[in-house]
Design a protein around this ligand. Structure first.
Ligand SMILES: [Zn+2]
Length: 246
């Protein structure tokens, strides 16, 4: 049977039969791999400890008719701080879910492997965690072509001047609107503070990001709307986030 090597991030694990697992992985080429870990749920399995959620692994697998099978895996980058903290698991799961959906539909590129890896490496139990997660969701969305526009009207191109503390914004059209265009189309009023924060997150490196001054709930509400509109994604994992934002 043909075997292959791949570097990949473990995005999800699903139970299969009594002791097996199916892994959903993002390869460094940007493609999605789905592979079975035979006996992976047994405590003695050589895969347990390595093929864990959010780890980057070096994988040896063989091709199957429908699913591949993992025969060996070496750890490249562990993210143990995440899996020992339910709050971080909930946050990282939103990004893993987005990446899994994009890679399944083929809307992915190698750069997203790097972005996801950098996000997971930066995520630890400090106050930045929700802000980093919003940044990761925005950056990945922008990378595949859905990048919010903050300064020029997305309908006519004229500069949107910073007047007052609110801007007309159309999620559907992808950015801010000038007052003339806003009068003729559907838009919502978003605070200049929120838009400035989103722009900062989109264009900062993960290392440089500091906790948002705004409640994370507001940032997530925007990102959820953005992803639903442009990618038709209704991320299941958002629901588990609610309780952390009270
Ligand atoms: Zn306009």
């Amino acid at each position: 049977m043909p075997t292959y090597h791949a570097q990949a991030i473990v995005l999800a694990k699903t139970k299969l039969a009594d002791s097996d697992l199916i892994y959903t992985l993002l390869s460094d080429e940007g493609s999605q791999l789905r592979a079975v870990g035979k006996g992976a749920r047994k405590p003695t399995s050589k895969l347990s400890g390595t093929m864990e959620l959010f780890h980057t692994v070096d994988l040896l697998a063989y091709k199957g008719r429908s699913l591949d099978t993992v025969s060996d895996a070496k750890l490249v980058a562990a993210n143990r701080a995440i899996v020992s903290d339910v709050r971080l698991v909930a946050l990282a799961s939103t990004v893993a879910e987005l990446v899994a959906k994009l890679s399944r539909s083929g809307q992915i590129e190698p750069r997203i492997f790097e972005m996801t890896g950098s996000y997971l490496a930066a995520l630890d139990a400090d106050q930045r965690a929700p802000t980093l997660t919003v940044a990761a969701l925005l950056k990945i969305s922008a990378q595949i072509g859905f990048r919010p526009e903050f300064h020029s009207c997305v309908l006519c191109g004229s500069p949107v001047l910073a007047v007052g503390s609110y801007r007309d914004f159309s999620v559907n059209e992808g950015g801010v609107l000038c007052s003339d265009c806003a009068a003729q189309s559907q838009s919502q009023s978003l605070s200049a503070e929120l838009l400035a924060e989103l722009e900062r997150l989109l264009y900062s490196t993960f290392e440089a990001i500091v906790p948002a001054a705004l409640p994370p709930r507001q940032l997530f509400a925007f990102v959820a709307q953005w992803l639903e509109c442009h990618l038709q994604l209704h991320l299941k994992s958002y629901r588990s986030l609610g309780e952390y934002f009270e």
